[in-house]
Ligand binder design. Sequence first.
Ligand code: PLP
Length: 361
Amino acid sequence: MAVDVEKLIRPHLTDIQTYDPVDPPELLAKRAGIAPDKVVKLNGNENPYGGSPKAAAAVANTPLHIYPDPLQRSMRRALSEYTGMDQDSIVVGAGSDELIDLLFRLFIDHGDKILDFEPTFGMYGFCARVAGGEISYVPRDELFDIDVEAAGDAVDDRTKIIFLSSPNNPTGNLASNDQVKALLETGRIVVVDEAYFEFCGQTAADLVPDNENLVILRTMSKWAGLAGLRVGYGIMNPGIAKHMMDIKSPYNVNVAAESALIASLEDAAALLENVEKIVDERVRMFSLLQEMDGVTPWPSWGNFILCQFAPGRAGVVYEDLASRGVFVRNFGSQRLQDSFRVAVGTPDETDAFIAALREVI
Ligand SMILES: Cc1ncc(COP(=O)(O)O)c(C=O)c1O
């Protein structure tokens, strides 16, 4: 039967501005006309050392025919030990992306607002569009620092959530805990997205017990190399955590991700050695970029570096790198049109990126 399905779709979703995701290596290789193992993939802030072998072994030994524990008991216990926070203040999601989405489901009605410090991670704006929410953009200053006063001024009756990525993806800079405290004073939900916590060691998690409106987001995708399994967690007031647990889909984190998370936390010392290697490599890559003419690297506390070029150059450099099999992340926004973000990979990947960049510029 012919039905005009478009008419049945919620109007704000029929022509939504989508999230711009990164493509898989096979596709990138095909596009560049090279073998997949020749791809230098530095566009997803993934961990070049992969996950823990113990996580892989745990996944291999996980029975796949049984549903996961909807109350996430063993994951919450393990994360409580890792973070030092109470189990009932922890919620685990299929990536921190799912937790961002759950926060929208919990707090944002049609026409409610979120506050977004631009430029920043695209998921906050994307989820707002899906939820039919509005976005108040508070621009970051010339050093990409946030303006808490402007944020306070932008908050109104419909503002429910303030999103703050720290370190900020893609600019790499941190927000201070004083800035977080000032945002908490607005009385709105303040989400501090600490996806890159292990690469910088700075956290606002200690503020959770005294601030009912604070939510910290973390992920196993970056430091623990589990991006493909999709597992992240939030730390928040147990009241909010209870609501998040109540509305999530019952078996949201699959058994493989559950096993891998627990095994990774048991192997945290080894994984944090990889984090140290990545941080050392970030320092080396930054100074190599600093020595080059034609590119300005921004200091970063994450596992990536934002690289800025002369007006009009970034797109050309991006395409030239891609044709050489080196993939970085570009952005459509006006503010970042002359920049791209490069993930910190292995020393060999840095060398390949730098060599290609030298040839291109
Ligand atoms: C700031 C920030 N938050 C969240 C995420 C998503 O993490 P996950 O893989 O846990 O969904 C990313 C991924 O790049 C990120 O940069």
